[in-house]
Ligand binder design. Structure first.
Ligand code: HEM
Length: 163
């Protein structure tokens, strides 16, 4: 009965098609961000040892530029879709569910780490005549930190899933 009513669009605040689409955006944003981090850390970076220093720096700068551009889209999509789900179908920001609060808190830390990486070591690397390996190491550590936080959030979110 409730499902019927929702499918007819009578109650958009809980319409499963609408909020399913918002959840899909949320998960796609997460997949792009975490998948990109995984690829950068575990696939691309070990392969860079094949290149000489100048080529390695150029490839790192190019690939980071493209990856960070994707995160500029994925991150807001994930945050806004998460807040939208919390605010409307889940009844508001006062939601006492610790899973949602932890997801939100860690997501804000992840966004801060990303902004710090972008405007700190990444910008330094782009502006340098000869970027130092230490700068790329710093970027790698920060991307690793965010991947780790993202993995914790996925575990927390999964614990909240109703089977
Ligand atoms: C502002 C930040 C965020 C808010 C407010 C938020 C909120 C939400 C809400 C309300 C749901 C639906 C939960 C349900 O249907 O029971 C959800 C699902 C989910 N979120 Fe987030 N989220 C945020 C960030 C993140 C981040 C950073 C990640 C991972 C990197 C993430 C991963 C997930 C996953 C995997 C689910 C699916 C859970 C399931 O199917 O049961 N979220 N989120």
């Amino acid at each position: 009965m409730t499902g019927q009513m929702m499918h007819n669009g009578a109650n958009p605040t809980t319409d499963p098609a609408l909020w399913g689409a918002v959840l899909a955006l949320h998960l796609l944003g997460m997949a792009i961000w975490m998948g990109g981090s995984t690829y950068a850390l575990f696939v691309l970076r070990p392969s860079l040892a094949l290149l000489d220093t100048t080529q390695r720096n150029s490839v790192q700068l190019q690939t980071l530029k493209r990856f960070f551009l994707l995160v500029w889209y994925a991150m807001p999509v994930m945050l806004v879709s998460g807040w939208a789900m919390e605010a409307v179908p889940m009844g508001g920001f006062g939601n006492p569910d610790w899973h949602i609060q932890a997801m939100q808190g860690l997501a804000v830390v992840m966004a801060a780490v990303y902004l710090f990486t972008f405007f700190g070591p990444y910008r330094r690397a782009r502006r340098a005549m000869r970027p130092q390996p230490a700068t790329f190491d710093r970027i790698r550590s920060l991307v690793t930190l965010n991947l780790f936080l993202g993995a914790i959030v996925v575990v927390i979110a999964s614990l909240d899933h109703v089977f």
